[in-house]
Design a protein around this ligand. Structure first.
Ligand SMILES: [Zn+2]
Length: 211
């Protein structure tokens, strides 16, 4: 049985959702948090649980500032996807337990490393009643530098409900360009009348059909 793969979130009004994967990473994640705070917007961080446990201060700041925390696995490994349902359930649950201990709440949902989907993953998410959250806008910003040009080109495609995939783990040398692009991207979205909000599990439970 397949679980639904959400590429959009439910959105009353003009909400769009920036998501940052693969952190927290000291330095750049804090810089992203400062930019979000400066522009008074919310986002969602799909964190790697082992990294989150080692960076409690950053996680606490995310919570304090009202951002969402998603489950991006225990350790960003690909192996458990091919190891069967039992391993998969344990792997996802162990990450979820760490995050719940850190944040005091259930995560927004699951996002797979590299977006991988296998039958054991779908079985596990169904059992654990966790939404599978993908994205509908991406820039391959782990592979190439996220420039203002590519951000600007994407603006017309970003609509209410859009989930934007970004990474707060950047290659050395790309961080400053990434942060500079984010600084311009947020006001550009606001100028288009969009509201940058955090994801919540309820955004997925109320979505009745694929958009
Ligand atoms: Zn990832």
């Amino acid at each position: 049985m397949l679980v639904k793969c959400h590429r959009l979130a439910h959105s009353d009004g003009n909400r769009v959702f920036l998501t940052f994967d693969d952190g927290p990473v000291p330095g750049i994640t804090e810089a992203v948090l400062n930019i979000l705070e400066k522009h008074q917007v919310k986002a969602t961080f799909f964190v790697v649980a082992e990294k989150a446990a080692a960076q409690r201060d950053i996680i606490e700041k995310m919570i304090r500032n009202g951002h969402g925390i998603g489950n991006h696995s225990l350790n960003h490994s690909f192996r458990p996807f091919f190891a069967g349902r039992k391993t998969m359930v344990e792997w996802i649950s162990s990450a979820e337990k760490i995050l719940q201990n850190l944040t005091g709440a259930e995560s927004v949902g699951w996002r797979s490393p590299a977006g991988i989907q296998t039958p054991p993953l779908h079985d596990a998410l169904k059992l654990l009643k966790m939404p599978l959250i993908h994205w509908n806008i991406r820039y391959f910003d782990t592979v190439k530098t996220w420039t203002w040009k590519s951000a600007e080109q994407s603006l017309p495609k970003i609509k209410p409900g859009s989930i934007v995939l970004l990474h707060d783990k950047q290659k050395k040398g790309n961080e400053l360009t990434f942060l500079a692009t984010l600084e311009r991207f947020i006001p550009a979205l606001k100028e288009r009348g969009l509201v940058l909000d955090r994801l919540q599990r309820a955004d997925f439970l109320t979505l009745s059909s694929e958009q």
